[in-house]
Design a protein around this ligand. Structure first.
Ligand SMILES: Cc1cc2nc3c(=O)[nH]c(=O)nc-3n(C[C@H](O)[C@H](O)[C@H](O)COP(=O)(O)O)c2cc1C
Length: 178
């Protein structure tokens, strides 16, 4: 494979798109779109631009839910990834359904096939990466849509249709997992 050097500002090599939901200052549910995430055992890691509204609020409220979007939710992903929660209540605007989590103080998005309930443990804002806030959280609960489970109650991997985001800052797009 012959490779060439590319001078992109970023290179996102294919990440699942998630909707991170939380309660706003007045108690109403709100949500922001994120592609920078991973999970390892009972830890969740997310990366944010520090100026976003969602991350500011999550630092205050601590609890949040990582909801995995599927291909039917592209409009919500784009809306929640272009409008700021500082100016709108995105659940209402885009018609998402909030359901109170039993284990954290945050709303679960009913329409998403997977929701991971989290409590903030670490905020990392390094002088080496100005403008970026990374957070780590303890996973308190995991919810999966019944119809996406096999008879043994384990993941039916072929049922999932996550949205995968890839881009270089100029050229960007979605692929679906199915
Ligand atoms: C597909 C997609 C992925 C995104 N991933 C991230 C991300 O990983 N981190 C981030 O800070 N912003 C990300 N954004 C941008 C934010 O969602 C966007 O700036 C949003 O308007 C911030 O809303 P807020 O101010 O309510 O937090 C993404 C947007 C899209 C459309």
């Amino acid at each position: 494979m012959k490779k060439v050097n590319v001078n992109y500002e970023k290179l996102y090599y294919g990440f699942p798109v998630v909707l991170v939901s939380y309660y706003d200052t007045d108690g109403t549910p709100n949500v922001t779109t994120v592609s920078s995430s991973y999970t390892l055992r009972d830890m969740m890691a997310l990366g944010f631009s520090s100026k976003g509204y969602g991350i500011k609020r999550i630092k205050e409220v601590s609890d949040f839910v990582v909801n995995i979007a599927d291909s039917s939710m592209e409009e919500a992903v784009k809306f929640c990834g272009s409008k700021t929660g500082a100016e709108c209540k995105k659940f209402d605007s885009i018609g998402l359904t909030p359901v109170a989590s039993d284990v954290v103080h945050a709303p679960v998005i009913k329409e998403c096939p997977i929701s991971i309930e989290c409590s903030l443990t670490d905020v990392i804002e390094s002088g080496n990466h100005l403008g970026i806030t990374n957070i780590l959280a303890k996973i308190k609960g995991r919810l999966v849509a019944e119809e996406h489970l096999n008879r043994e109650g384990r993941l039916n991997v072929s049922a999932f249709d996550d949205i995968i985001y890839m881009g270089d800052g100029v050229s960007r797009g979605f692929r679906n997992m199915k």
